[in-house]
Design a protein around this ligand. Structure first.
Ligand code: ATP
Ligand code: FE
Length: 367
């Protein structure tokens, strides 16, 4: 069996076809990153226009790549929540059009659930497992109990980690450097951080007096901004120039962000132990764009070893947005007999959507 997946929730137009064994039969992706880097962030209207311009082409490319026709697939999966309304709508409308012409069933997909289950495509991880999703719009720590059954242990109370990476890269003018052109802020910061000292500046303390699994990245973002401005003043440089200390700032910012994530994870491991959540097979899945960061992966792998967890991270290109994860999530729903007899035209998009049952209060009360 095969599913065609379409993703347009944010700034990537993606399409892919996967089979029930998790083989990627065809894929295509159009990234808008280089456009949005020029405007200082995603402008929803621009994102929508670019999706509208590219969605048809991307779907055709994926089908060509698989050497398949639309009639050859068994279902069409499309992201309907959460995300930018205007962007989501482009993907859904195109999927609805394809369903009308082919009679295929439509499978509506939750973007964050798709991020969470991508790992099961490459590694047959069994439920339940712990999952950390760190991306451009979210930071979620949850227990995955089934393909559409999640329990939320904690989430970001403000900014998302990817957004903090992007903002820091922009403040440092990294996109002016040819070596970072077209890359996301996260990748730019990660690469430059390799040349810097993570302890060049004082530690940033985040939520140290709150014992739960929630996150906060606004403090990190503001601390980085202040440090950058301080260095510009000290060096007597204009804020559009490049700082000689940029590598140190990247390394220091990345270390402090990792440290905060690691502390919250540590608490989740203890909570999971107290409530016997994961049984003997203790697995942590880390996904979402920020999970493609190899420094963060490496350090979290050490932490997992200490707590007896197996760490599973999808390959980098499956951590950031893509059509493959949407197709795979559709496939999991198809294989598990979910009902898709509803009229495709009755499906709608949603900007926000909760992720599972919220157990974060219980986590707070346990410590
Ligand atoms: P969400 O999934 O929360 O709706 P999104 O879909 O925009 O948001 P993703 O595509 O999953 O986010 O991830 C994009 C984010 O990941 C960007 O903010 C980007 O800077 C960040 N990112 C990508 N690669 C890296 C990296 N190597 N290190 C850190 N951050 C990274
Ligand atoms: Fe995403």
């Amino acid at each position: 069996r095969t599913v065609l997946g379409i993703e347009t929730s944010c700034d990537d137009t993606g399409a892919a076809i996967v089979d029930s064994e998790g083989h990627i039969l065809g894929e295509a992706l159009h990234s808008q990153t280089s456009t949005h880097n020029l405007t200082g962030g995603i402008v929803p209207n621009v994102a929508k226009e670019l999706h509208a311009k590219n969605v048809e082409m991307v779907v055709e490319q994926a089908l060509d790549d698989a050497q398949m026709r639309l009639q050859d697939v068994d279902a069409l999966a499309v992201t309907v929540k959460p995300g930018l309304i205007m962007s989501l709508r482009v993907g859904l409308r195109h999927a609805q059009k394809l369903c009308q012409s082919s009679g295929l069933p439509l499978i509506p997909i939750h973007h964050m659930e798709a991020h969470a289950l991508t790992a099961r495509m490459i590694d047959k991880i069994e439920f339940p497992f712990l999952v950390l999703l760190a991306s451009g719009g979210h930071c979620l720590l949850a227990v995955a109990k089934g393909i559409d059954d999640f329990e939320l242990l904690g989430s970001s109370l403000d900014t998302a980690p990817g957004e903090a990476f992007d903002k820091t890269a922009r403040e440092l003018n990294l996109f002016q450097l040819p070596r970072f052109e077209g890359l996301s802020g996260g990748v730019a910061v990660e690469r430059l951080a390799r040349e810097g000292n993570p302890h060049a500046y004082p530690r940033i303390h985040v939520m140290t007096s709150v014992a739960n699994c929630n996150f906060s990245f606004t403090g990190l973002k503001i601390s980085a901004r202040r440090q950058i401005l301080r260095e510009y003043q000290r060096q007597g440089l204009a804020t559009h120039e490049l700082l000689p200390q940029a590598a140190d700032i990247c390394a220091w910012f990345q270390f402090n962000l990792l440290y905060h994530i690691a502390r919250r994870l540590q608490r989740a491991f203890i909570f999971a132990e107290m409530h016997e959540i994961c049984g003997d097979k203790k697995t942590l899945v880390v996904s979402g764009g920020v999970a493609s960061n190899s420094y963060i992966r490496g350090k979290l792998s050490g932490l997992c070893e200490t707590y007896g967890y197996r760490l599973v991270c999808p390959p980098a290109k499956l951590c950031t947005d893509n059509g493959i994860m949407i197709a795979w999530n559709g496939m999991e729903k198809l294989l598990n007999g979910r009902d898709f007899s509803q009229d495709p035209d009755g499906v709608d998009v949603q900007a926000r959507s909760p992720f599972g049952i919220n157990r974060s209060k219980e986590v707070s009360n346990s410590f």
